[in-house]
Ligand binder design. Structure first.
Ligand code: SF4
Length: 163
């Protein structure tokens, strides 16, 4: 059997920059350096949904967490995460290793370490309800494709190999 039984959970736009607020995209398609490192490490990818795209569309303006912090948006995030939670429980119940979650620093929705975004708050709360704790990491605000991202990639490499 070829599978490695390792999975990592990524914010949607790490794999698809078409989902981000128009002026804020940082690569033409995916964050190739990040994705390449994960793929080369033989780790499967579980892609989170992009609630901002579904809530306000591809022509939405940049907004703050305060603006997104509404019952309607939280309910959307929570319902979008149900599918992810089912997959996580299935993997953990069958001895797969979920390496962790990678969010997006500074995002009102997907910020994960400091200043957690709305989706990630809902996600962490759903995980807590199931007594699941997963390591967390995030793409820094200064990551941009085609620049030298080596020091960040070294940190990501450590994160992957330590979990
Ligand atoms: S909501 Fe999350 S996945 Fe969507 S563009 Fe913003 S940071 Fe990326």
């Amino acid at each position: 059997m070829l599978r490695n039984r390792k999975v990592i959970i990524l914010s949607h736009c790490i794999l698809n920059q078409n989902s981000v607020v128009k002026p804020l995209s940082r690569s033409k398609g995916a964050y190739n350096d990040v994705v390449k490192l994960i793929v080369d490490s033989d780790i499967g990818i579980l892609q989170l949904p992009c609630p901002e795209l579904l809530f306000l569309g591809s022509r939405r303006p940049p907004m703050t967490k305060k603006q997104y912090n509404t019952t309607e948006y939280r309910t959307l995030c929570n319902s979008l995460l149900q599918n992810t939670m089912l997959q996580i429980k299935e993997y953990l119940g069958n001895n797969y290793n979920i390496i962790g979650i990678i969010g997006i620093e500074g995002s009102p929705t997907c910020g994960l370490l400091n200043n957690q975004g709305v989706l990630m708050e809902e996600f962490i709360s759903l995980l807590k309800d199931e007594k699941i704790e997963l390591p967390r990491f995030q793409i820094p605000t200064d990551y941009i494709e085609e620049k030298d991202n080596q020091s960040f990639l070294n940190l990501l490499k450590d994160f992957i190999s330590n979990n």
